[in-house]
Design a protein. Structure first.
Length: 171
């Protein structure tokens, strides 16, 4: 497998305009804004597939993640990235993806313009062992409740709260 740190990533500004292409390593070191695809995989029952990230991930290692996906490579568009990432991470190919919205997230470890997609798949999945430790379907309310006590990727939870406003609130 190629070293992901050597991948060339599309860099953008705060308005999602392309400004450069640099290595993933440099993007992380300088905390540059980049693009990423997020694919939410739902089953027939409306449950969302949640994956546990490996400890070797370059950002949010060991966290739970509500989406398959990853950085958009230089020369790639969001849709191509989403299809590539879905095939690499979960072994899913040929399913229709529905565009939900674009979303900007700025956190301490990650600044990203994401395009959020959803699809339906029942499994089984072929998990990419370098990136995913385990996974399973969960009810969206259970995920949002669990995010108060377990480590979930903050960008993913922000996206989920945007999709399901009011769910999982403890107020």
């Amino acid at each position: 497998m190629n070293n992901p740190q050597n991948e060339t990533v599309q860099i953008v500004d705060e308005n999602n305009n392309e400004i450069a292409a640099v290595s993933r390593r440099l993007m992380r070191e300088q905390q540059l804004i980049h693009r990423a695809s997020y694919i939410l995989v739902f089953n027939r029952a409306g449950e969302l597939y949640v994956q546990k990230r490996t400890m070797t991930k370059d950002v949010y290692p060991g966290y739970y993640d509500i989406a398959a996906g990853g950085v958009v490579l230089a020369g790639e568009n969001y849709e191509e990235s989403a299809e590539r990432e879905l095939a690499e991470e979960l072994g899913i190919e040929g399913v229709p993806l529905t565009h939900c919205f674009d979303h900007y997230f700025a956190g301490a470890a990650n600044k990203v313009w994401g395009r959020i997609f959803r699809c339906r798949h029942e499994g089984p999945f072929a998990l990419q062992e370098e990136e995913i430790e385990s996974g399973g379907f969960m009810d969206v309310r259970q995920i949002l409740d669990a995010a108060h006590s377990k480590l979930f990727t903050p960008d993913g939870i922000e996206i989920l709260r945007r999709l399901y406003p009011g769910d999982g609130d403890q107020s």
